[in-house]
Design a protein around this ligand. Sequence first.
Ligand SMILES: [Zn+2]
Length: 445
Amino acid sequence: MKNTNYETVVGMEIHVELSTATKMFCRCPFPTLQDQPNTLTCPICLGLPGALPFPNKQAIESCIQIGLALNCKINKDSFFERKNYFYPDLSKGFQISQYLHPFGEKGYLDIKINGVEKRIGITRVHMEEDTGKLTHATVKGREVSLIDFNRSSVPLVEIVTEPDIRSGEEAKLFLTELQKIIRYLGVSDADMEKGHMRLEPNISLRPPGQTTLPKYKVEVKNINSFKFVDKAIQYEEKRHEELLDKGETPIQETRGWNEFKNKTVSQRSKEEAHDYRYFPEPDIPPIKITQDQISEIENKIPELPAEKIKRFAIDYGITEYNAEILTRDLKLAHFFEEAISVGIAYNIVPLTIANYIINKKPNIEELLPATLVKKIKEESTVLQIDNNVLESAIRTVMEKNPQAVADYKSGKVQIIGFLIGQTRQVLPNAKDTEQIRKKLTEMLE
Ligand SMILES: [Zn+2]
C-alpha cells in the first residue's frame, strides 16, 4: 500500500560474508554450520590481550572487486579503524572496520524498474570482521544465551547505498541485482538462509517535492530475505504515515523484523557514528594499493550480469527480457551456452534452445546440455510433422473409417477423438494432438 501524501526514502546497508578459506585477521578456517561451536578460534579472533591481527589479502581483493563491480572509486590509501562498542558477541570490545577511507566509495548500480533504468548510488564498500553468534535457548528449563565464536572475525563486506530507493519493491529489485553480482564474482554464495547476506533498510518519509533528507530515519536490523525487506519497508511506511499525519516525528531508532507477527519491533535508539569513537587500528599498518594492483584485481572480474544480458541478446538473437531470465543464475547461463555449442551439430539455433529452457523449465541439475538438445530435436520432429504427411495419413484414416466420418458430419463431433487416435496409430511420432485435431476438422468440413 503506497501512500501518496509522502515519498518514501530508503537507503540500504548490506553485509556480505566473504567465502574465503580463512578468517579476516587470523588463519582460523572459515566455519561451516557443521562445525562444533567454539572449535575454530584462536587468540586473535577471540581478542585475547597481546594477539596481533594480520589482514587477509584475498578478502581485501574480494572487497575491492565488489567495489569495482559497483562502479566505485578505489581508495589507494586506506586503513582499518576500531569501531568501539560493547556487546557479548564482540569479545574484543571493538570491531575492526573502516570508517574514513573505505576501500570503495562513490559508486552506483543501475537497476531496471518496469523496463526503465534507475541508478542507485553506492556510498561505500568497506571491509570489516563479523562478530560471534548469540543463540538464546532454554536449557533444562532455564533461559540461557549461548555464544559461538566460530564466526568471530569472518571477513565481512559492508555495502551502503545512497537514500535513492523509493519503495519495498525497488529495494527488492536492487538487492536481487546486487546478490547476482556477488555470486557472479564468486566472492560469496550470498546465501541469506545461512546468514551470508544480511540486510538493513533505513527508512523515512518526506513530503513529495522535498529534496532534503527527513530529520529522522528508522533502521530495521538483520533481515534475511528480500521479501521481508519489502514487507518491513511497507510496514514502516504505514507506521510513519500515521505518526506524521498526527504531526509527530517517528523516533530515530533501530527496530527488528518479526516475521511471525509481520511487523517491526523497537529494539534500541539508533547510534550515531560518534558513539563508536572510531580511531585507526594501531596493530595494522595503513593499506596502500597501487594502480597496477587495482588493474590486476579488475582483470580478474568475470563477465557480470548486465554485460552477459547484452551479449546474449546480440549474439543469440534473443530478447533482453529472455536474456535476463537466462542469466539470473550463473549455472543456468553456463548450461544455456553449453547447449548452444552442442546444438550446432543438430542444426538447433540458440533461439530454439532459449525458448525451450524458458517455457519448459527443465531441471538443469539433472540434465546434461547434450541430453536437452537431443530432447529438443526429438520434440521438434514431432511438432513439425510435414503437412502433406499428415494430410495423407488423415485421408487414409477417413477412408478406413467411413462410419466415423459420417457420424461426425451428422453432428456427433466427439467422434473426432477416435479419429485422432487412429491418425496417431498411423503416425506414431505425431504427438501434437492439437495439430492433428486442426487438420482433421479442416478436412472433415
Ligand atoms: Zn582465529
